[in-house]
Ligand binder design. Structure first.
Ligand code: GDP
Length: 295
């Protein structure tokens, strides 16, 4: 479906080389291809442009013009820069608390509830933790049920208090329950709205200041492209979150949102969601994502 950018660059520069010396103009032309590929992959245009300017300077500084395989050198340069831009090595999550409290934020439909389950399952099976899931969506009884279904599937207890309209009180009660019952991780699934609004932001900011979580994660649907950046910015301005979860990467998106979000909020992407099942979770690796974006 997508033509590989690596192949394109390689053959473009190779052909050019066969016809005489590669020039700065040729490099600029090639970088236009890179920019187009990034924009096709949903990277914000301005960010893609800044990116190619940086790569151009590096390319000219690194003798791409006289390299034996300029295409490959260019691809490597682009890949290394993308990897660096997305955050270098994978970063874990802070589990130093007792219990460690993880607050999930994001819009409705982003995959928050599903990811809360996946993370609980991951921590239980891979890190030998004893998590407690907390249903804090006081507006949608269906969301509370959904979390119970998830909890049952993975054998993790779910704390909820139907009828209680105060998410701060529910969160505090859940943490007390966790302490009393030996849960060392508490994952709080909060209410999401269809768009960023003041009431929603105030509510989650109140939960945040009341419980002081070790980790606040922002969940975003990778298919939402440019909107993902605006939403990330709005949540970060209010919550100063610790990390990003990029969901639905099993779809046909190239995942350029990863670059845009990282550039705008400068927070690490920690995990990715790759399906609806409870084991469809992966630690985020910038170099793998760079490969995906480059095709
Ligand atoms: P919430 O409103 O933020 O809690 O979102 P949900 O967890 O209910 O997810 C919304 C929809 O997206 C559900 O149908 C999920 O099954 C689906 N979903 C969540 N994560 C993924 C994912 O990584 N891949 C796919 N394909 N679907 C997902």
């Amino acid at each position: 479906m997508f033509e590989s950018l690596s192949d394109k660059l390689d053959s473009a520069l190779h052909v050019l080389k066969g016809h005489g010396q590669i020039t700065e103009v040729n490099v600029a032309e090639t970088l236009k291809e890179v920019r187009r590929a990034l924009v096709d992959a949903d990277v914000n245009y301005k960010i893609a442009k800044e990116f190619t300017t940086t790569v151009k300077e590096k390319a000219l500084g690194q003798d791409v013009l006289t390299a034996l395989k300029p295409g490959q050198m260019m691809v490597k340069l682009v890949k290394d820069e993308l990897t660096q831009l997305m955050g270098g090595d994978a970063e874990g999550i802070n589990l130093s608390g007792n219990p460690s409290v993880i607050l999930m934020s994001g819009l409705q439909g982003s995959g928050k509830t599903t990811f809360s389950g996946k993370l609980a399952n991951y921590l239980k099976t891979k890190k030998s933790k004893n998590p407690l899931l907390v249903a804090c969506d006081v507006y949608r009884p269906a969301a509370i049920n959904q979390l119970h279904v998830v909890g049952e599937q993975i054998g993790v207890e779910v704390f909820s208090d139907e009828g209680n309209q105060d998410p701060v009180a529910i969160s505090k009660a859940a943490i007390a329950h966790a302490k009393a019952n030996g849960h060392n991780v508490v994952i709080i699934d909060t209410a999401g709205r269809l768009a960023v609004d003041e009431a929603m932001m105030t509510e989650i900011a109140n939960i945040y200041s009341a419980i002081q979580p070790q980790e606040t994660l922002f969940v975003v649907d990778s298919m939402t492209g440019q909107d993902a950046v605006n939403t990330a910015k709005a949540f970060n301005d209010r919550l100063n979150f610790d990390g990003v979860i990029l969901t639905k990467l099993d779809g046909d998106t190239r995942g350029g949102a990863a670059i845009s979000i990282k550039s705008v909020v400068n927070k690490p992407i920690k995990f990715i969601g790759t399906g609806e099942k409870m084991d469809a979770i992966d630690v985020f690796y910038p170099s793998r994502m760079a490969d995906r974006i480059l095709g």
